[in-house]
Design a protein around this ligand. Structure first.
Ligand code: ATP
Length: 258
């Protein structure tokens, strides 16, 4: 397994190009995510944010340029090595990706399935130490009391926090979040992002999180990058940016939520 030293970025994209069916989606994108930082990836709908996130863990491969994720190039990885890399990279999705009829606890435990040899059925089939860790992660996202509740009876914000706990159980070094709050109301959005930010800071986990909401990007992230038409048009510390400037730098006119 590749190691990165303390000063190395957890993620380095160099001159990435990616097309689908002859249509360019990413064009000359270079980006670094320093270890332990929370980077917001902004930009209008169709700018290439999801595609970029998928390149990071090898779900897509670039047509040109190189990706270095935790010191590994997904394009050069064997299947086993890619699996090992993906275990180090958590993914949080807009639609949570939970099994609605299962409890919060069981959904969190599923974050550890890749490390277990046998399929598991029911909470009690997981090792005791793992169950204790699952409760601990649920506690950190404020949902220990809801651990036996079916996920489809939780609010959207609670479900996304369960998804964060599930990712944490995996022990990731880097978390990719693809519009994790796009389907949540403003209060739940703030709570989910604050939770992710707090825990990532506590555990030293780096986060690359795509967001549509300019204000949330500025209030949560250490660094903000923006894509427009597949090109990187901004990469600056959040403290140096204002919402007004961020809005003008990339055109929100066509954005879904803009
Ligand atoms: N697997 C694919 N096959 C063909 N086209 C694709 C594929 N994935 C993405 N695209 C296209 O690439 C472009 C960028 O999509 P992407 O989902 O990366 O943008 P985005 O910035 O994440 O948008 P949104 O904010 O709406 O999620 C879009 O035009 C999309 O249709």
């Amino acid at each position: 397994m590749a190691e990165i030293t303390n000063g190395d970025p957890v993620l380095r994209l160099s001159d990435i190009g990616k097309s689908f069916d002859g249509v360019t989606v990413l064009d000359g994108v270079s980006l670094e995510v320093p270890r332990g930082s929370f980077v917001a990836l902004t930009g209008p709908s169709g700018a290439g944010k999801s595609t970029l996130l998928r390149l990071v863990n090898g779900m897509h491969l670039p047509d040109r340029g190189t990706v270095s994720t935790l010191g590994e190039n997904p394009a050069a990885c064997s299947r086993a090595r890619l699996r090992a890399l993906r275990a180090r990279v958590g993914f949080v999705f807009q639609q949570f990706g939970l099994v609605g009829r299962l409890s919060a606890m069981e959904n969190v435990l599923m974050g550890a399935l890749a490390t277990l040899r046998l399929p598991r059925y029911g909470v009690m089939s997981y090792p005791r130490a793992l169950r204790a860790r699952a409760v601990e992660q649920l506690d950190r996202v404020g949902l220990a009391d809801q651990r036996f509740q079916r996920c489809d009876t939780l609010s959207g914000g609670q479900q996304q926090r369960v998804a964060v706990a599930r990712t944490l159980l995996q022990g990731p070094e880097l978390i990719l979040a693809d519009e994790p709050v796009a389907s949540l109301d403003p209060a739940a959005s703030v709570l989910v992002l604050d939770t992710l930010k707090r825990i990532s800071a506590e555990d030293g986990i780096s986060v690359l999180c795509s967001l549509h909401q300019v204000e949330l990007a500025l209030s949560t992230a250490d660094r903000v990058v923006a894509l427009r038409g597949g090109r990187l048009v901004l990469d600056e510390p959040a403290r140096d940016l204002t919402a007004a400037r961020l809005r003008t730098i990339y055109d929100l006119a066509g954005a879904r939520d803009g």
